[in-house]
Design a protein around this ligand. Sequence first.
Ligand code: FEO
Length: 399
Amino acid sequence: MNEKTLIKGKIHYVGVNDRQKHLFEGMWPLPLGVSYNSYLIDDDIVALVDTVDACYFEIFLHKIRTIIGQRPIQYLIINHMEPDHSGSISLIKHYYPDIVIVGNRQTFGMIDGYYGVTGERYEVKEGDFLDLGHHKLRFYLTPMVHWPETMMTLDETEGVLFSGDAFGCFGTLDGGFLDTRINTDRYWDEMIRYYSNIVGKYGNPVQKAMAKLDNLPITTVCSTHGPVWTADIPRVHDVYARLSRYEAQEGVVIVYGSMYGHTEQMAETIAAELSHEGIRNIVMHNVSKSHPSYILRDIFKYRGLIIGSPTYCNQIYPEVESLLDKILLREVKGRYLGLFGSFTWAGAAVKRMGEFAEKSKFELVGDSVEMKQSMTPLTFEQCEHLARQMAARLKKDRK
Ligand code: FEO
């Protein structure tokens, strides 16, 4: 029976699926749910790697006991302290009072603050080692992937990397957890959305962590969210490498606010001309309908970004403004930016979006367009001109 949970050697999957929560971190929609992954190493010495959201503790404990029965767990390795993974620490400690918690200095500061659990601890530093019998574990500190205490644990015997949030994605694990036993199609876009929404700000730390892993003999990646990766490791690595470098493919995200459809007509005109110019990847988002989670995903995917906003109370349309803040927060780099907007009696949005252009350090492309009230032949021409300038800038990179 335990074969169903077995990953490799004596390592078992004991994570859980959350199909109840609507918003991850209270902000990010979960249409496909999310898994909280934990791993049990049923070796001479038993170790548990991370826990799960406290709501799922009963299921979690049952999974553990199905594998080890009444045997004790000697070590609880905490790779990441965000409560979706650390939430069951107090309960684990209650059921396994002699368990030794393994973490780094930063981990223990957070454990004290969140849970106040006491007892024996093993504070690890970069490269420290733990021998469980068959499995030999080594610890790598990978701060800011995604919190300062984050670390990764490598089982050197079988090449199994417990990577924390790195290489994770949204989406529950329906039936199987190994990439070789499930259809992984639904995870790839959710990986980009997970990365851009949750880890997006930390491109440099992700790069540093990946450099550390470069020469390690990794056969299996056990992240805290999503499938256990084996055959697809090169693809997963490539997705994270490109996203952390803010690398994007040719294409344009046109994102706009529009109260009565006039600014939307500008967006439609720009999109049609981009298509006419041979740009195939065009994604349009009305900020009043698309959740920012998906807009951010597409901004991480494509190099071109054209933003449109009506003037609202002498400011940028609030929903657009909120999106601009989210882009700046993630320190997205290397996008080509076009701007357009509208007003009824006094224009302000385009000028204020110019301040965003400066802060973001994006390359401002073309002539920004500002429309008074509704489309005129001149506005059509200006919008088409902006689209042609963006298409030309993107095509320059083809050479
Ligand atoms: Fe899934 Fe940063 O925790």
